[in-house]
Design a protein around this ligand. Structure first.
Ligand code: PRX
Length: 661
């Protein structure tokens, strides 16, 4: 994020006292309760988490030790030896506890008339069937299954089916390209790929299976591909490898009876790839018992989901938010989770509010980028619908600027509904810092305070504790059940990325400060990761995509402030000798990045340049590039180590020529 945004956050002084829960049912009803719980969890973390794990999760057999850990090694085990099954917890037990015929998933497709409701019983039946299909395809406990699907119920069904038989799912967001999918399948050596013929998006039908076909050409680990018919497209099916979902789930011998596999608490539940500061995305590993406990716990306390609520998280299941807060958290609690296939802007900018009105949504969780985009369309769109069913709003993925927060509060929350600004990451499995809806006084732009059991601290580069209002590295000093347990196939990277620089503590990669009231203000990433519309993108990833193009000699990518997306991608590109700069080449490079990574990685600006600001030792001075991209042409700091200081002026001229400012 830009310095300017940080500035605007630090000037924010407004506060909003909590309202009392109209139903008097809140799990954490006031600040006193929060303080007591925080103290309890701090003094006796094992007792606190053991209680939560017993209350929220059904265990086939108890664990031997609540927590064993060494954050230096690192090695973290929660509830080891305990046996459970995630799909049992999300489905079977609700068949006996009065929720059998309750809606588990309400699915709203992109076309208005496409609605499906799965009761817990119906979802159970579909999950068991698909689990049997996976078994019939030779999938065993511990095998990896790649899910490359749009936001359709089959995605949730496939996740739970994997969990049922102990297979590890690796979901690849359907907006990623064939190359990205291929890299992820190869890294995890997935045996089966589940995909669809197409994605429906903003009125268009975008073929998906061709990407999977392209990827699978170079993935010898894949034996089978199962294809959901979403759009009725003709797709080539490879004999022996490919089959249609609707056919294989009803093939001879496939029943709807499938016993859940007892899993150890520390068996892997899923892998989810996320961007880091080096070129290759890493497979974040989450395990079974701790993750499920944490997802359910935070869904319950932060979103205050109760049995009668309709709860809607607008994320895509391809990201961690969808894993924890569309599928695992809500279903473990026996809640009703709304799953939406469409986008906020189509067919009109009132689509979200129309969906809220249609299903009388009570709890609504979205990203600041969505709020900013809708804010720009004007408030009349929100007034077209009765959204008075809403009682709680959430935000995630990037810092929410106070202006967007106020708009969300005033127009969506009628000036009275609590907003929970939730800070967390793919690696954390669930929310770590957030308001509790009926307890916390809110400050627009602050994620407020760590949840009970979360030991967050801000430290300086030398590891000492930062003082009040001093920006520093956001670290977590004690383990929590939802934390990652590894980087798939790469223990070295697990240690060096998260536990090395500040030994014995988890390094989030974010900068933050804590104000005089103990409120956390997240300032954004401190590493070479940019946050585009709440999606994490490694600058190195985009750079390596650019340099793999035949015309490019060198590339440097930085984030630049963007009014709607938060940040967007700015690429400085040096062409090979003899290649001419042109608008066509710029277009071709954009298209190239889309094919190499996916549309979310498309550079907003590509500036051709003769040279990059490098130190004499050859290191690119990125802060100079970030400033120029943001249109800030002074205060570059110490540039005396640059090999050729003249490059800076050339870059500024080039930027002005390109963008006019
Ligand atoms: O920089 C933080 C930002 O998103 C990053 C994590 O991205 P990802 O792993 O994709 O997970 C996104 C959804 C949990 C963080 O390092 N971030 C996330 N939530 C917030 C946030 N920044 C500020 N405020 C938040 N509420």
């Amino acid at each position: 994020m830009s310095e300017l945004d940080i500035e605007s956050l630090s000037k924010e002084k407004r506060t909003f006292a909590p309202i009392s829960d109209p139903r008097a049912k809140a799990y954490v009803p006031d600040m006193e309760a929060y303080e007591a719980l925080y103290k309890r969890a701090d003094e006796d973390p094992e007792g606190f988490w053991a209680e939560r794990a017993k209350e929220l999760v059904t265990w086939f057999s108890p664990w031997e030790k609540t927590l064993e850990y060494d954050m230096h090694k690192p090695e973290i085990k929660w509830f080891a030896g305990g046996k459970l099954n995630v799909s049992y917890n999300c489905l079977d037990r609700h068949l006996e506890n009065g929720r059998r015929n309750k809606a588990a998933i309400i699915w709203q497709g992109e076309p208005e008339e496409d609605v499906k409701v799965y009761t817990y019983q119906m979802l159970h039946t579909e999950v068991c069937r698909f689990a049997n299909v996976l078994k019939a395809k030779g999938v065993k406990k511990g095998d990896r299954v790649a899910l490359y699907l749009p936001m359709i119920p089959e995605l949730a069904i496939a996740m739970l089916a994997c969990a049922r038989i102990g297979a590890i799912h690796s979901i690849v967001f359907a907006g990623f390209s064939a190359v990205s999918l291929q890299n992820r399948i190869q890294d995890s050596a997935a045996k089966v790929v589940v995909t669809a013929d197409a994605v429906l998006r903003a009125g268009r039908t975008i073929p998906l299976k061709p990407n999977a076909d392209e990827a699978m050409k170079k993935c010898p680990s894949v034996d089978h591909c199962i294809v959901v018919n979403r759009a009725g497209l003709e797709v080539p099916m490879q004999e022996g490898r490919d089959c249609w979902w609707h056919e294989c789930t009803h093939a001879d011998g496939i029943t709807d009876v499938c016993e859940p596999e007892p899993m150890d608490a520390e068996d892997i539940l899923f892998i989810l790839y996320t961007s880091g500061s080096t070129g290759k995305p890493k497979g974040v590993v989450h395990t079974t018992g701790g993750y499920l406990t944490y997802a359910a716990h935070t869904t319950q306390w932060v979103f205050d989901v109760t049995d009668n609520d309709v709860y809607w998280c607008t994320a895509d299941v391809g990201w961690i938010t969808g894993h924890s807060y569309i599928v695992y958290g809500p279903l473990c609690l026996g809640a009703t989770s709304l799953m939406f296939e469409g986008v906020p802007s189509w067919p009109g900018p009132d689509r979200f509010w129309q969906v809220v009105e249609k299903f009388k949504v009570n709890i609504f969780y979205t990203a600041p980028t969505v709020v900013r985009a809708l804010m720009r369309e004007g408030v009349d769109w929100t007034r077209k619908h009765d959204i008075s069913s809403l009682r709680l709003l959430g935000s995630v993925g990037e810092p929410i600027n106070p202006e967007a927060w106020m708009w969300y509060h005033t127009y969506i929350g009628a000036g009275t509904k609590p907003i929970v600004d939730t800070w967390w990451q793919t690696e954390t499995g669930g929310i770590l810092i957030s308001a509790l809806p009926y307890a916390t006084t809110l400050k627009p732009g602050s994620a407020t305070k760590p949840l009970p059991g979360v030991d967050a601290a801000i430290v300086r580069a030398d590891g000492s504790l930062a003082g009040p209002n001093e920006g520093g590295h956001l670290l977590i000093r004690k383990p929590w059940p939802g934390m990652l347990r590894g980087v798939y196939g790469n223990p070295e990277r697990y240690k060096s990325t998260y536990f090395q620089r500040f030994p014995g503590m988890y390094e989030s990669g974010d900068g933050a400060r804590v104000d005089d009231d103990g409120y956390f203000w997240i300032m954004g990433r401190l590493d070479d990761v940019i946050n585009v519309s709440g999606h994490r993108m490694g600058t190195a990833e985009v750079e390596s995509a650019l340099v793999s193009h035949e015309a490019v000699a060198e590339a440097a990518v930085v984030g630049m402030p963007h009014a709607i997306k938060g940040e967007s991608i700015y690429a400085y590109v040096t062409l090979k000798t003899g290649i001419d700069e042109s608008e066509d080449l710029r277009k071709a490079l954009r298209a190239w990045v889309r094919t190499e990574i996916g549309p979310i990685a498309t550079p907003e600006v590509i500036q051709f340049t003769e040279g990059l600001p490098k130190t004499r030792s050859g290191k690119i001075m990125r802060r100079v590039l970030r400033k120029i991209a943001a249109g800030v042409y002074d205060d570059f700091g110490d540039t005396s180590t640059l090999a050729d200081p003249g490059v800076v002026q050339d870059l500024i001229e080039g930027k002005k020529d390109l963008t006019g400012n």
